[in-house]
Design a protein around this ligand. Structure first.
Ligand code: 26W
Length: 803
């Protein structure tokens, strides 16, 4: 948008008076933030309503991205950037004596997601608006986001994250768009005069779903899409309602949108979670249908105007919910309704971890959602009948939705969608050949790959302005909207001046991060050290332990040979563990204890430091990633579906140290083997071990003296104050089979780390690698990812520009 500095300053002062009846000089940073947020809203509001109007006038097909999680991060700067007024506003505020960076910190970071899946959804809505795709988010307005993590004596402690405490400037409550969601009760079918079955309900609990809409602003293109998050409320009561029963009911209902489940890759079969899933799915589908009906297009054509995307299985009840509406309310017959439903729905799988696969006990589903359960049974019956005539009975048995008293949500999503995709090439191959092989035999053409992506706006333009400035000076700024243009940087691969500039920027970013750590943790970091970063949820398969064991081996090497020629290292960890995941929490405690041991040992001459940041999330990621030299992507091959921090770190010039897992494979293909450090077991080798059962972790302990010393340190008192945790981890690795092959990959990992120690000393060589990584990262922009979803799955194209 066009905005002069003078106009902005006038607007800002005026808004300050309107909202707080105050002069700017009297306002606190929180108030300064709130006023700026309000002003940004007014700046985007015209385009918001205009975009919606255009969509309606053109009867354009719309995509709805259904996701339990949207891990948005702070929105002020991202909105300013996308409106094209970031610098104007920064300068204007400066004139008024206000520092933009200070007020940015006043915004709470909405943690409405656990990790990769939620952050991907946030990148996607940003990219859809930027790519002019009519695509909107649909989810839950959790009152409490992911818990706030504190370390108390090295242990993770979870605190509530009350992000809405001071209100949320970005949202608008849309009371007129509220819908009713029904839970429990009884339902039976009665034949009507015309012979069709009609459902009758009795005694259902009604929940009012109230939407809160947030503008999703496209990058300098006047498009504003919508993120709609639902809040659960008590419907209006009639006069006869007893006061106490009302209070009881209110508590029950409001608990639905109260708190995000803090589980990542671990399914918990709790009733409240099932309620949450049906709640936002039912509200979302109802509101889509209500909107569609205004267009007066026959319901049979729904799939020409609406695409619903099921982000992992959490919204899989969209399938029976749409069926319910088409059958019961729109009076469509089963075949037509099913055809429409399958054409509307598409599904993404985000994990092969079997413990993450949702399956609900049938008595839970049938009690909570009686009509939905009937429909699921009928889908299952028809699927089984049809497939029995075509496929081997054992295949049909394994692919049914209802099995052993449970409803399998992945099966429901697959059968009810026209497209099933994995999130990286390797992951999709594993789905087709292993995890979902039976379904692949049945529906080969439904399967496809869409490699994940990240938005370069948040992860480069906002997080790393110095690097952006350098890039723009070298190759111009076409890459902002055509990120593959970053490849032009390759022309500077042998340009010493550019490489030195790159090194300087990284150094500055490291200094900035070091300052932050000194301020928040009191730890002094040496910016000349290698900053080695592993930031992701704590999970055994991601193998933070492999990193930790290697750190211990370096520590012992330095204890034995204080003069050893090791380049100084700072190991940076950021990770939350699911509160119920005991093993992951033990690893957190262990890392913290090893950090105490190493950080306080003056005999190793500051050569090693460990920083475990508390409460890792989007805001911290934005600080850490630009300062990273090494990106640790060391999951056991086959287990990480894609990973997305690998892409963010590469884009910021970190060198990837990785197994051939998830999108690491594609990163290697992009930058070439010379510009990435690959180590460890391959996916085929892992499966071979599973097949022949020949892995015996204890033999690695017995035969490898370095490893033995490191492992013994876990149980011999070397690590202060972590006996129980050390013992538990030791046993899991040595005696209980080492499920994720940590000991098997230890030597290969150590060798790779040694190679890095050498490589880093040659600054030009290192920065050349960094440059090639930045130049190759454009392909991993989520702009391209959503464009592929739009053309190959959703069949929606932008027509905004045509009018
Ligand atoms: C039911 C509990 C539960 C909650 C979340 C099960 C599974 C999940 C997610 C699927 C976990 C997740 O975030 N998966 C990650 O998705 C990213 C985006 O596709 C991938 O990059 C990561 O590799 C994958 O672990």
């Amino acid at each position: 948008m066009d905005l002069s500095k003078r106009k902005f300053k006038d607007d800002y002062k005026k808004m300050m008076t309107e909202v707080y009846s105050m002069d700017i000089s009297e306002a606190e940073p929180t108030e300064q933030f709130f006023v700026l947020g309000n002003l940004v809203r007014t700046y985007s509001s015209k385009n918001w309503s205009h975009t919606n109007q255009v969509y309606v006038e053109n009867k354009q097909k719309q995509t709805y991205y259904f996701s339990m999680e949207f891990l948005l991060g702070r929105m002020l700067k991202s909105n300013l950037l996308n409106l094209g007024i970031l610098n104007t506003v920064r300068d204007g505020l400066y004139d008024l004596g206000i520092d933009l960076e200070t007020i940015v910190q006043m915004e709470p970071d909405p943690g409405l997601g656990n990790g990769g899946l939620g952050r991907l959804a946030a990148c996607f809505i940003d990219s859809m608006a930027t790519s002019e795709i009519p695509g909107h988010g649909n989810g839950i307005r959790f009152k409490y986001g992911l818990f706030k993590q504190k370390f108390v004596n090295g242990y993770q402690v979870e605190l509530p994250e009350n992000w809405l405490q001071n209100g949320n400037v970005w949202e608008t409550r849309k009371m007129h768009a509220a819908v009713t969601v029904r839970l429990y009760g009884k339902v039976w079918l009665e034949k009507t005069a015309s012979g069709v079955l009609e459902p009758h309900y009795e005694g259902a609990q009604k929940v009012l779903a109230v939407p809160y809409d947030t503008a999703v602003i496209g990058y300098k293109n006047d498009v504003v899409n919508t993120l709609r998050l639902w809040s659960a409320e008590v419907p209006a009561q009639d006069e006869s309602t007893d006061y106490w029963s009302f209070i009881h009911q209110r508590n029950q209902i409001e608990s639905i949108s109260e708190v995000l489940y803090p589980d990542d890759s671990n399914y918990e079969g709790r009733l409240l979670r099932l309620k949450q899933e049906y709640f936002f799915v039912s509200a979302g589908v109802q509101s889509i249908i209500r909107h569609y009906k205004k267009m007066r297009v026959p319901m049979l054509h729904l799939a020409e105007k609406v695409a619903i995307h099921i982000n992992d299985t959490h919204p899989a009840l969209s399938v029976p919910e749409l069926m319910r509406i088409l059958l019961d309310e729109e009076k469509m017959d089963w075949e037509h309704a099913w055809n429409v439903t399958v054409n509307v729905m598409s599904y993404t799988n985000h994990t092969i971890m079997s413990e993450a696969l949702e399956k609900w006990p049938i008595d839970m589903i049938s009690t909570l959602l009686p009509r939905i359960y009937q429909i699921i049974c009928e889908i299952d019956r028809r699927f089984t009948m049809k497939m029995s005539t075509l496929f081997d009975p054992s295949i049909v048995e394994r692919t049914r939705i209802i099995e052993c008293g449970h409803v399998k949500m992945a099966h429901l999503a697959i059968i009810g969608s026209h497209s099933i995709n994995g999130v990286a090439q390797l992951h999709t191959t594993i789905l087709k050949e292993k995890v979902l092989h039976d379904f692949y035999l049945i529906y080969p053409s439904k399967f496809n790959n869409k490699t994940n992506g990240i938005t370069q706006r948040r992860w480069l333009m906002l997080a790393n302005e110095p690097l952006c400035n350098l890039i723009n000076r070298k190759i111009g700024n076409d890459w902002e909207t055509t990120p593959t243009e970053l490849k032009m940087l390759k022309a500077f691969r042998d340009d010493e001046k550019t490489l030195i500039e790159l090194a300087k920027i990284k150094h500055q970013n490291k200094e900035r991060f070091a300052k932050h750590i000194q301020k928040t943790m009191g730890l002094v970091l040496n910016p000349d050290a290698i900053f080695d970063v592993q930031i992701k949820r704590l999970h055994a398969y991601k193998r933070q332990l492999l990193n930790l064991l290697h750190i211990l081996s370096l520590y012992f090497q330095l204890k034995d040979h204080p003069e050893a020629d090791l380049h100084p290292r700072v190991f940076i960890f950021g990770a939350k563990a699911a509160p119920s995941y005991t093993y992951a929490k033990q690893i957190i405690k262990l890392i913290n204890s090893v950090a105490d041991l190493i950080n306080q040992d003056t005999t190793i001459k500051e050569k090693l430091k460990i920083v475990f940041v508390e409460n890792y999330g989007v805001s911290l990621a934005e600080k850490i990633i630009p300062a990273a030299d090494i990106s640790e992507q060391i999951s056991l091959a086959s287990k990480e579906a894609s990973g997305t921090s690998n892409m963010k770190l590469m884009l910021n010039g970190a060198i990837t140290l990785a197994t051939l897992d998830g999108a690491n494979v594609e990163i290697r293909d992009r930058v070439g083997s010379n510009n990435i450090i690959i180590f460890g077991l391959r996916e085929e080798e892992v499966y071979q071990y599973y097949h022949d059962g020949s892995y015996h972790s204890k033999s690695y302990y017995d035969r490898n003296p370095v490893l033995r010393r490191v492992l013994n340190a876990l149980i011999d008192g070397t690590i202060p104050d972590a006996e129980a945790e050390g013992r538990s981890v030791f046993d899991s690795l040595v005696y209980y089979g080492d499920e994720y092959f940590v000991l098997r990959d230890f030597d290969a990992y150590s060798a790779a780390q040694k190679q890095i120690d050498q490589l880093y000393r040659d600054t030009l060589k290192w920065q050349r690698m960094a440059l090639i990584n930045i130049a190759g990262a454009g392909t991993f922009s989520s702009d391209y990812t959503v464009q592929q979803y739009a053309s190959q799955i959703w069949d929606v194209f932008s027509r905004i520009r045509d009018i």
